[in-house]
Design a protein around this ligand. Structure first.
Ligand code: ATP
Length: 589
């Protein structure tokens, strides 16, 4: 605000320096350049015409230099202000994105968010330029208009005739062109999303040999953007000439009527007065012509501003409690009649009742798509339950302070995400400020230390974007180390060891056996042998807990779990079962 004000004051000074030339031009033409004159007077002083010409050059030069200085300072101050504004807007939108729930973020494409946070906030800086120019030009019209009236009221009326029409035309065109700019924004966001998607999935594109198809798809999206841009510009090409014609007609009227008055000697009109008048009139027309570009500029910036504020004003769907709790969590988790669906009309969990004791290890099994990962999402409070209640440590999960809740929970997903950076940074992400021995201890527990030391730069090796310099199993071990470094009260493992070979998995299982002591662990695994240390197993099926009990109890029930164990035994059996295998109930999963 201050930068805008300061730069505006400097711009008004620039305007004042600009008017020295027309102010002196009448004196120059009518007195200094009059043939035969011996002395010329200015402000009570007399000079020879040559000296007066010299003074004219010096004064205009001085004011021009001053004007340039003011202009430079004004632009610099405004730029600084607008960079600061862009920066704070970028920060605000980014903060908002971080606060939005998974559900809200999922509704948007990556292109949509990228565009709002980077591109749209950047154009906000340019808005300050336009605002300054608009105010400055309005002031210039006001000053010059007043002088025109002082010089010759009749000509002034003619010269200012087009002024009221320009804002009307600008407004009309703005309303029409705004819709086209909204379409352009959507097309451009689609283009960014497509690009983002294809860059992320470039391996799939290449393995399916779909490069040509993707080139066509991207060109199609680009062409749609081009078509709308051309439509906006065609409309613009039609809209701009009338405004320019209006100002040209004003100039023509002034020259014709003023010229006629000089020829006929009407109202004391001289060449000097007319010249001065046309110079001042130019100070009115130049801003009017600039305003004819305004609909386009306004439509562009207002669309972007709307998009920014749409994001900033989006209500938070996971509101934090008024007095968030930060009391130590004992690790007990209770699902009580929990119903939840990603879409309101399609419940994934229909009626889940499950009590998990503090420090218990619970294995979640069940068919694919049954809702196991969804239960983990609810425990992390990425979503809120639709009905029923989810309690942690005897309290509703919604009562806890977000950050505190997540400090106490660590999760390892099947699909590991690593940030571009070093292996060390990726492990230490869980605990900013962790010491190197702590990081290495976590890596050792996750059976990652040895492979990390074999990497070219050890812990400093760059993992690349998405960690693609590491193998799937290595990435998973880094993720396990990251979770262990956090030393959480609740550990959630969602197919956390699925990408490991049996030997490495065995080692990690041993490590986990030690680690699960003193914390509540929920592990999802399709490879049932992974869950051999589980105290209890819960079979999730059709949105409910279908079976619950120890491995042995569930086998004895001969229900879904029994079927899963049997199916896996058959799958992993290298040859038909030997005759000796007559036990009806297997001893281990
Ligand atoms: P799997 O064993 O294959 O990992 P799961 O039991 O963990 O499966 P969930 O990932 O919880 O299953 O998914 C349960 C259901 O919810 C599925 O039908 C899935 O399509 C749907 N689903 C999962 N995540 C989302 C999401 N973010 N938005 C909409 N639907 C989702």
């Amino acid at each position: 605000r201050w930068a805008l004000l300061a730069s505006l004051i400097l711009m008004i000074l620039v305007d004042l320096t600009k008017i020295t030339l027309p102010l002196l031009s009448r004196w120059l033409l009518d007195d200094v350049l009059k043939s035969g004159a011996e002395t010329v007077s200015l402000m009570g002083q007399s000079f020879t015409p040559t000296r007066a010409l010299f003074y004219f050059a010096v004064i205009t030069m001085l004011f021009n230099s001053l004007g340039q200085l003011f202009l430079g300072s004004s632009t610099f101050i405004l730029r600084r202000g607008s960079f600061a504004m862009t920066d704070s807007m970028r920060r605000l939108t980014y903060e908002k994105m971080q606060q939005l729930s998974q559900q809200s973020l999922q509704k948007r494409t990556s292109g949509d968010l990228l565009k709002r946070i980077t591109n749209d906030t950047r154009s906000l800086g340019r808005t300050a330029d336009y605002l300054r120019a608009l105010i400055e030009k309005a002031i210039l019209i006001l000053i010059s208009g007043t002088i025109l009236f002082a010089v010759n009221p009749l000509l002034a009326v003619l010269a200012l005739l087009p002024v009221p029409f320009v804002p009307i035309v600008v407004r009309k065109f703005f309303q029409r062109v705004h819709l086209l700019y909204e379409k352009m924004w959507i097309c451009s966001s689609r283009e960014t999303s497509t690009l983002h998607d294809i860059i992320k999935g470039i391996r799939v594109v290449k393995t399916f040999g779909a490069e040509d198809r993707e080139i066509k798809k991207f060109s199609g999206v680009g062409r749609r953007l081009m078509d709308v841009s051309i439509r906006a510009d065609r409309f613009w090409a039609l809209a701009n000439p009338p405004t320019r014609m209006l100002t040209f007609m004003g100039e023509l009227l002034v020259t014709a009527v003023g010229g006629y008055m000089v020829i006929k000697g009407i109202g004391g009109m001289t060449t000097g007065v007319l010249f001065q008048f046309t110079l001042f009139a130019a100070f009115v027309y130049e801003p009017l012509r600039w305003m004819s570009f305004l609909p386009r500029v306004l439509a562009g910036t207002s669309t972007k501003l709307l998009k920014i504020f749409e994001l900033l004003d989006e209500p938070l769907t996971l509101p934090e409690a008024q007095n968030p709790v930060r009391e130590p969590i004992d690790g007990g988790i209770a699902f009580e009649g929990v119903q939840f669906g990603y879409k309101a009309y399609e419940p994934v969990l229909k009626e889940v009742n499950l009590q998990i004791r503090p420090n218990e290890m619970l294995g979640l099994v069940g068919p694919s798509g049954a809702g196991k990962s969804t239960m983990i999402n609810l425990i992390m409070r990425l979503y809120d339950v639709d009905q029923g209640a989810l309690q942690i440590g005897g309290r509703d999960i919604r009562d806890y302070d977000y950050a505190f809740l997540r400090e106490n929970i660590a999760v390892v997903f099947q699909e590991t995400f690593l940030f571009a950076g070093s292996v060390y940074d990726n492990i230490a992400y869980a605990k900013p400020g962790a010491s190197p021995p702590e990081v290495m201890r976590a890596a050792r527990l996750a059976n990652a230390h040895e492979f990390i030391l074999r990497l070219p730069d050890g812990y400093n090796t760059q993992v690349g974007e998405d960690g693609h310099n590491l193998s799937g199993g290595e990435r998973q071990r880094v993720a396990i180390a990251r979770a262990l470094l956090k030393d959480p009260k609740i550990l959630l493992l969602d197919e956390a060891t699925s990408a490991l070979d049996p030997e490495t998995e065995g080692k990690i299982q041993q490590a986990l056996e030690r680690l699960i002591k003193g914390r509540t662990t929920i592990a999802i695994a399709h490879r049932l042998s992974t869950l051999r240390h589980a105290d209890r197993l819960a079979v999730i099926d059709n949105g409910k807990v279908a079976e619950l009990g120890s491995h042995r109890e569930l086998l004895e029930q001969k229900g879904i779990y029994y079927g899963l164990v049997m199916a896996q035994r058959q799958m992993s059996a290298p040859a038909p079962a030997p005759a000796a295998s007559s036990a009806a109930v297997p001893q281990t999963p």
